[in-house]
Design a protein around this ligand. Structure first.
Ligand code: CAA
Length: 385
């Protein structure tokens, strides 16, 4: 029975990881959050602090020089970084997203060459699936990769690419066999230094302003054929399997943002006096806090349940990844909105961090598949059974 009860308790090792990440983030990540948001500058100070503590890409296995964190530990790292600064949390999150196709389907040689520099903190890795006209309908992409002897030549435009420009490496999905639709898509490793790779202007976004989002242009990018990840035509399945795992990390990011907002609001309502007492003494405020805490914990539990499935590679990960991402991001939007409300006029100003958290939370309902797409994924899984 002890083992059964342990299933509902965070292992001590994971609690220790949380404490370690929180210490780094309180000291060296949180102080960058407002500046990154105000200026749109990439938070180099956060990247350096995360690299120094080996939290920048914790999921990379030990054999490639990484920390070898399991999916739950990785989720906790991302959650804790997001609690301090959402933009900074996209460093470990997108490093996982970009490298997951290699981890799932890449050759040993590719893994050795391209995972090692990510583990050491020399390079970041982004993921190029979406295009201007292929968002939710990812299989309708038009970026082409044509075989030419021992090379492939890539042409096309990828859009909404997180950390584009700062990342050294990119997993690019491209059509190799147009007649085969989703079975005619292949995945490739492309480097920023490959001739023909360039970037669009940074998008002007509502939130996550410290994490650059840009278009990636591929103009006759000629790469060796051994840069293909897995077999020709398996790219779309690899893209979907990747998202099954990384939707869990977006859920974790949402949980972290919500925790940051709840923690701040909790402190505020105990200090703020109106009608002769702290506003925390009013039941209307207490009920709001109780709802926020309840939703947050439900989101966290679903996220950790999904992380367990991600680590084990369970068949129901597709369902759990979508459910966790959808639920946690909706919860984060509600909780951050209520947190702004608890601070009243102050919450609406940039003098306090809550409006930033609310703006940052919004993206978690959109990227790595909109929450409408998550519901499509969940419904398909439910009806399959
Ligand atoms: N695992 C393995 N294979 C899968 C899979 C999964 N989870 N999901 C689908 N597949 C396979 C199917 O089995 C099928 O294979 P066969 O043809 O061999 O049978 C093939 O992929 C096509 O599947 P569907 O017919 O289900 O594909 P679809 O065109 O109907 O699309 C979709 C389904 C769920 C809507 C999918 O397109 C999707 O997830 N869309 C959202 C895309 C998305 O999340 N984009 C996020 C971009 S990344 C990002 O946002 C990060 C950033 O940097 C900003």
């Amino acid at each position: 029975t002890e083992a059964l009860f342990d299933a509902y308790r965070l292992p001590e090792e994971h609690s220790d990881i949380r404490a370690a990440v929180r210490a780094v983030c309180d000291a060296k990540v949180a102080p960058n959050a407002a500046h990154a948001d105000e200026t749109g500058e990439f938070p180099t100070g956060s990247y350096d602090a995360l690299r120094a503590a080996d939290f920048h890409a914790p999921h990379i296995p030990v054999e490639y020089g990484g920390a070898g964190a399991d999916a739950l530990a990785t989720a906790i790292v991302i959650e804790e970084v997001a609690r301090a600064c959402t933009s900074s949390s996209l460093i470990p999150a997108v490093n996982k997203l970009g490298t997951m196709p290699l981890l799932l389907a890449g050759s040993e040689d590719l893994k050795r060459r391209f995972l090692t520099p990510v583990a050491s903190g020399e390079a970041m890795f982004s993921y190029c699936l979406s295009e201007p006209d292929a968002g939710s309908d990812a299989a309708s992409m038009s970026t082409r990769a044509e075989r030419d002897g021992e090379h492939y030549v890539l042409n096309g435009v990828k859009r909404w690419i997180t950390n584009a420009g700062v990342s050294e490496y990119y997993t690019v999905f491209a059509v190799t066999d147009p007649a085969a639709r989703s079975r005619g898509i292949s995945a490739f490793v492309v480097a920023k230094s490959d001739p023909g790779v360039s970037f669009g202007a940074p998008e002007k976004k509502l939130g996550i302003k410290g994490s650059p989002t840009r278009e990636v242009y591929l103009d006759n990018v000629r790469i060796p054929a051994d840069r293909m990840i897995g077999a020709p035509g398996t790219g779309f399945a690899t893209a979907m399997q990747t998202l099954d795992h990384t939707r869990v990390t977006i859920a974790a990011q949402a949980v972290g943002i919500a925790q940051g907002a709840l923690d701040y609001a909790k402190g505020y309502v105990k200090e703020r006096h109106q009608f002769g007492k702290p506003i925390a003494d009013f039941q209307g405020i207490q009920f709001m806090l109780a709802d926020m805490g309840m939703k947050l914990e439900a989101a966290r539990q679903l996220t950790y349940a999904a992380a367990g499935r991600s680590e084990r590679g369970d068949a129901d990960l597709t369902y759990f990844g979508a459910a966790a991402k959808c639920f946690a991001s909706d919860a984060a939007m509600e909780i951050t909105t209520d947190a702004v409300q608890l601070l009243g006029g102050y919450g609406y100003t940039r003098d306090y961090p809550l409006e930033r958290m609310m703006r940052d939370a919004k993206i978690t309902q959109i990227y790595e598949g909109t929450n409408q797409v998550q519901r499509i994924v969940m419904a398909r899984q439910l009806l399959q059974g």
